[in-house]
Design a protein around this ligand. Structure first.
Ligand code: HEC
Length: 230
């Protein structure tokens, strides 16, 4: 009798495990949907190797220890000292609630409650990591800051003049745009996507709107480029 009930119990457990196994397989995410869901991340992350924004590039995250992406110089101590390795489980917990996984992390975003969306994003992150052994989807071009390395006259700036509180930005194509000094952001992009030396670029809604960013190759270019003259 005893043996039989044990056998029954064993069968029930095996069936439950099989069932759970199938449920897990069904819940597996879809990398293509994940690429679209990744839009929730692109203000801070790119899927392109070495293109770091507020957060590190997520192109090679799979199987890595947290806080170890090369050349990202803005990690919190909390993530660097954590012992977490990124895989399906740790990423799921992280995306649900980053602060619960690593208290003190700089990724201060409300977690993603939607399980299906989390799974899709995780599938995408796996897909774009070379160690997954699968061909990478093309990183979403729209996710990255503009490539300013091509000397296209339409965004190339030849002169910048400050008169009272107005910046006058003269473009290579002859146009001049005016901005209230508070609405023109002076930035640097020292990567190979940044503008060539001495040839800053005007980007952002400023071409039509009232705000824009003027991007320089290096900080030392900024002051000499600005002429204070009315
Ligand atoms: C508001 C900006 C912001 C948003 C939005 C954001 N993150 Fe982050 N993320 C960060 C920052 C900053 C870090 C570095 C955390 C630290 O240093 O503690 C980070 C770290 C990470 C890490 C760990 C990287 C490593 O090198 O260990 C992963 C994985 C991650 N984010 C995934 C995502 C995903 C997926 C999304 C979208 C669902 C997302 N993040 C949205 C800012 C953001």
């Amino acid at each position: 009798m005893k043996t039989q009930s044990n056998l029954v119990r064993y069968t029930v457990i095996t069936a439950a495990m099989l069932f759970l196994g199938t449920a897990e397989a069904k819940a597996a995410g879809d990398p293509e949907r994940g690429q679209r869901e990744f839009l929730a991340c692109v203000s801070c992350h790119s899927a392109e190797p070495r293109l770091h924004k507020t957060g590190p590039s997520l192109a090679n995250i799979w199987g890595k220890k947290a806080g170890t992406i090369d050349h990202f110089g803005r990690y919190s101590e909390a993530i660097v000292n954590s012992e977490i390795v990124w895989n399906a489980e740790t990423l799921d917990a992280w995306l649900r609630n980053p602060l619960a996984v690593i208290p003190g992390t700089f990724m201060r975003v409300p977690g993603l409650n939607n399980e299906a969306k989390r799974q899709d994003i995780i599938a995408y992150l796996k897909h774009i990591s070379p160690v997954s052994g699968e061909p990478a989807l093309k990183p979403d071009a729209g996710a990255n800051p503009a490539d300013l390395s091509d000397p296209t006259p339409d965004y190339r700036v030849t002169a910048l003049r400050l008169c009272q509180n107005t910046y006058h930005v003269t473009m290579m194509n002859g146009e001049t745009h005016k901005f209230w000094e508070f609405n023109l952001r002076l930035k640097t992009d020292s990567t190979d996507k940044g503008p060539p030396k001495g040839q800053p670029a005007l980007v952002g809604s400023g071409m039509r709107g009232d705000r824009a960013s003027l991007v320089f190759a290096s900080p030392s270019e900024i002051s000499p480029f600005i002429k204070e003259k009315c």
